[in-house]
Design a protein around this ligand. Structure first.
Ligand SMILES: CC(C)(COP(=O)(O)OP(=O)(O)OC[C@H]1O[C@@H](n2cnc3c(N)ncnc32)[C@H](O)[C@@H]1OP(=O)(O)O)[C@@H](O)C(=O)NCCC(=O)NCCS
Length: 417
C-alpha cells in the first residue's frame, strides 16, 4: 500500500502533491490488481485509438505506460487520478495537479493524457445503456484528441491541458455527444433574450430581456448607454429588437400576441452546442451536424421539448467580419444564424486561440493565421467580444439562405451595424 506521503516524496513533487489528498485512502482500497485495465497494453491501445490520437502520440503514451507499470507509486497515482476525474466528480482541484516532469522529463504531459483516455470504457458502457450508435460513441471520445491538439499548440508535446480535464466528465455521464463537427448537450437556455415567431409568416424576431445594460453599439461589455425593457400589455409585447447580426437596437417594437408567439426564452430546454478544436468549420459541415443533432436528441430524449440550438462563444463574435482570416468559414456560418449579444469581459475565448492564461499580447504565439489576425485586431485597440447564437430547429431547411438576416431586412428593420 503506497501512502500519499511516500508517493509525494518518491516523485519529488513536494507540497504540490497535497491536492491529491482527497479520496486517496478510498483509491488505495479500490485499486484493481494487478493493474487497472487502462494501464494494460491492450486497454491503452483501445482507449487511445477511440480517443482519436495519432500513431506518434500513441507511441509516446505506450512508452510512458511501460514506465508506469514498473512503479507501484505511479500505478497507484494513475488509478487515483482516474478516480478523482471520473468517480469523485465533485473534486475540484484537477487544474492544480502536480507537474511530473521530474519523473517523465519532456513527456510528462503523457501521464495525465493516459488518465484522460481512461474515460473510454465508461463512455462505452453509458452509451450502450442508452442505446447510442457506436459511431457516435467513437466521435464523442475524440474530444480527448482535440484537447491533445490544444496541448500540442500550447506546449509542443504530448499531453492534455489540465484546465480542460473537468469537461471530460460530461461524457461518461451521457450528457454530451459529438454529432458530426460539433458536440451538443441539453441545457436550460441562459441567453438574455426572448424570441418571437409570427404565426403565419414564421418571421422570427429576438427581443432583449428586461434590465440589460447595453453600450452605444448594442453590445454588453459593462458600459451603459441604455437599459432594455420588456413589457406585456394589452395583448402586446413591447421591447427592443436584436438584429440577427448580433447587436441590440435602441428602439422599441410592438408585437401583437394574437399574431406572434414566444418560441424561446430563458429557462427553455435547448441544444447547447460546443465546438471542438480541429478547424474545418465549413458551413455544410455545421449544417449537417445541426440537422443530425436535432434528430439524435429528438429520438434519444423524446420527452424533452427542444426548439433551438444555441451557443455562446468567441466564434460568434461579430467582430470576425472585420478580421481577415484564411478562410471565411466562420463568417459564412455566422450569417446563417441569429446572433445576439452576450456579456463580454474583453478576453472571452482568447485562451482557445492563444492558449495563454492570462492573455499577454507581448508573448502571445503568432504561429497560425488565426493567431496573427486576432492579435493584430487587438493591437489596433479593439475591445474583444464574445457572441451568442440561436437557430430554431424548424428552420433547418432554410440553412444556406441567410434566413434570419433576409427576413429581418425584408420586414424593413434597420439592419446596419
Ligand atoms: C479553427 C477554428 C477557429 C476555425 O475553423 P475554420 O475557419 O474552418 O479554420 P481552418 O481550419 O481553415 O483554420 C484556419 C487557421 O486557424 C488555425 N487554427 C486552427 N485551430 C486553431 C486554434 N485552436 N488556435 C489557433 N489557430 C488555429 C489553422 O492552423 C489555420 O491557420 P493557417 O491559415 O496558418 O494554416 C475553429 O474551428 C476551431 O477549431 N476552434 C477551436 C475550438 C474553439 O475555439 N471552440 C470554441 C470554444 S468557446
Amino acid at each position: 500500500m503506497v501512502q500519499l506521503e511516500q508517493m509525494i516524496s518518491h516523485l519529488n513533487i513536494g507540497a504540490a502533491g497535497e491536492v491529491l489528498r482527497p479520496h486517496w485512502e478510498a483509491s488505495l482500497s479500490s485499486r484493481p490488481m494487478p493493474l487497472p485495465a487502462f494501464l494494460t497494453e491492450k486497454g491503452l491501445a483501445h482507449n487511445a485509438e477511440l480517443c482519436g490520437l495519432d500513431a506518434d502520440a500513441i507511441s509516446v503514451l505506450e512508452t510512458i505506460r511501460q514506465q508506469i507499470v514498473q512503479d507501484e507509486h505511479l500505478i497507484q497515482l494513475a488509478w487515483h487520478c482516474h478516480n478523482l476525474l471520473y468517480t469523485y466528480t465533485d473534486y475540484e482541484e484537477l487544474q492544480q495537479w502536480p507537474c511530473l516532469s521530474e519523473r517523465f522529463g519532456d513527456s510528462h504531459g503523457a501521464f495525465y493524457l493516459i488518465v484522460a483516455t481512461s474515460m473510454v470504457p465508461l463512455v462505452e458502457e453509458k452509451h450502450r445503456e442508452l442505446g447510442v450508435d457506436p459511431q457516435i460513441t467513437q466521435a464523442t471520445c475524440k474530444q480527448v484528441s482535440a484537447f491533445a491538439q490544444n496541448y500540442k499548440r500550447m506546449a509542443d508535446s504530448i499531453g492534455i491541458p489540465l484546465r480542460q480535464l473537468f469537461w471530460l466528465r460530461h461524457y461518461p455521464a451521457g450528457r454530451l455527444f459529438r454529432i458530426g463537427r460539433m458536440e451538443y448537450m441539453i441545457k436550460s437556455f441562459a441567453g438574455k433574450i426572448q424570441v418571437y415567431r409570427h404565426k403565419e409568416t414564421a418571421q422570427t424576431v429576438a427581443l432583449c430581456d428586461a434590465g440589460v445594460d447595453f453600450n452605444e453599439h448594442g453590445f454588453i461589455d459593462g458600459q451603459k448607454a441604455w437599459c432594455s425593457s420588456l413589457q406585456m400589455e394589452s395583448g402586446k409585447v413591447i421591447g427592443q429588437p436584436i438584429s440577427p447580426k448580433g447587436f441590440a437596437e435602441r428602439r422599441s417594437t410592438e408585437l401583437d400576441l394574437s399574431q406572434w408567439k414566444c418560441v424561446l426564452q430563458p429557462g427553455d430546454s435547448v441544444l447547447d452546442m460546443h465546438i471542438p478544436a480541429g478547424g474545418g468549420m465549413q458551413p455544410w459541415k455545421c449544417r449537417d451536424s445541426m440537422a443530425a443533432a436535432a434528430s439524435f436528441f429528438t429520438h434519444m430524449f423524446p420527452d424533452v421539448n427542444l426548439n433551438a440550438i444555441v451557443c455562446n462563444s468567441w466564434i460568434f463574435n461579430s467582430q470576425l467580419e472585420e478580421i481577415p482570416l484564411s478562410s471565411d468559414n466562420l463568417v459564412q456560418f455566422q450569417r446563417e444564424l441569429y446572433l445576439f449579444p452576450v456579456s463580454s469581459q474583453g478576453n472571452d475565448g482568447l485562451w482557445f486561440i492563444f492558449f495563454q492564461d492570462p492573455f499577454d499580447p507581448a508573448t502571445a504565439p503568432q504561429d497560425t493565421s488565426l493567431q496573427r489576425s486576432v492579435a493584430a485586431f487587438l493591437a489596433q485597440g479593439n475591445q474583444w467580444r464574445s457572441g451568442g447564437m440561436f437557430f430554431l430547429l424548424d428552420d433547418l431547411r432554410h440553412f444556406g439562405t441567410q434566413h434570419y438576416r433576409s427576413q429581418y431586412a425584408a420586414a424593413g428593420n434597420d439592419n446596419h451595424v
